[in-house]
Design a binder for this molecule. Structure first.
Ligand SMILES: NC(=O)c1ccc[n+]([C@@H]2O[C@H](COP(=O)([O-])OP(=O)(O)OC[C@H]3O[C@@H](n4cnc5c(N)ncnc54)[C@H](OP(=O)(O)O)[C@@H]3O)[C@@H](O)[C@H]2O)c1
Length: 257
């Protein structure tokens, strides 16, 4: 039996990973800040799928929280085979409207925690010659708009570089780049979503199935939906100067408010 550690496991995309991986027979280490919710999730997954689900309460915007998860990932006697760095959030408002403290918290959770947890996991996976890391980024990584997209661009760039450095080691790394997914994300950030057209919404369970298939294929970046693949294909061909204006206008019209 293998073990997967999922950060931000209690809601949205993380919860979909937990359901799918438990259904596939993996033991789980569930990480988030809300202990009550984590315990309920662990009990439900254990009862339904007969797997072991461990609870690890940690706030990844703090050094203590990151250290606790690093320590679990470095435990060679009870090794983690798959790490899903998924915890994340959005700040409401555009650049300069968001308090600097909130911007820095985002960088801590989206970048520093991802760097430190990936490194802790990969050190031990490399010794065993196998393992996988999925870093949840966003299609926002490919669009020059906002500090959220900038933090996710870091996730994509870091993951692709690390995957190259680890080629041949038996350890796979992949950046997962979803479009809009119906989760708690937008409500938590206080963002309205009524402007986002229905066709742009993805289902978290289908997203996770496509992501795991891409990981098995050895992809280092996964955009797991044909609609967003096409949109990002067009974005790649558009000059950055033009793209900035277009994404700013369409973002204001169709994006979260
Ligand atoms: N939903 C989308 O449209 C979308 C699109 C592209 C990318 N993404 C990315 O997908 C990932 C998951 O987002 P989601 O939509 O599933 O969000 P969500 O439904 O709001 O779930 C977020 C999860 O992260 C945990 N979390 C938040 N801050 C944390 C912290 N400081 N330390 C530890 N855990 C924390 C939350 O639990 P606690 O509150 O208990 O800690 C929760 O389990 C994020 O990285 C997000 O940027 C989302």
């Amino acid at each position: 039996m293998t073990t997967a550690l999922i950060t931000g496991s209690t809601a949205g995309i993380g919860a979909a990973f937990a359901r799918r991986l438990a259904g596939d027979g993996h033991n789980l280490v569930l990480v988030a800040r809300d202990t009550t919710r984590l315990r309920e999730q662990a009990t439900e997954l254990h009862d339904r799928h007969g797997i072991e689900a461990e609870v690890l309460t940690a706030d990844l915007s703090t050094d203590a929280g990151i250290e606790a998860v690093e320590k679990r990932l470095s435990n060679r006697r009870d090794a983690v085979d798959l790490l899903i760095n998924n915890a994340g959030f959005g700040n409401k408002g555009r650049y300069l409207e968001v308090p600097m403290a909130d911007e820095l918290t985002m960088l801590k959770v989206h970048c520093e925690a991802v760097l430190r947890l990936t490194s802790a996991a990969v050190e031990s996976m490399r010794e065993r010659g196998r393992g996988g890391v999925v870093n949840v980024a966003s299609v926002a990584a490919f669009l020059p708009r906002g500090t959220y997209g900038a933090s996710k661009a870091w996730v994509v760039q870091f993951t692709q570089g690390a995957a190259k450095d680890l080629a041949g080691s038996g350890v796979r790394l992949m950046a997962l780049c979803p479009g809009f997914v119906r989760t708690e994300f937008h409500e938590r950030a206080g963002m309205g979503t009524s402007n986002i057209p229905n066709w742009m919404w993805l289902d978290a369970d289908k997203l996770v199935a496509a992501a795991l298939a891409d990981l098995a294929r050895g992809r280092t970046v996964s955009i797991p939906d044909p609609r967003y693949k096409a949109l990002m294909g067009v974005a790649k061909l558009t000059p950055r100067s033009l793209l900035g204006g277009v994404t700013s206008r369409t973002g204001r019209k169709y994006g979260p408010q």
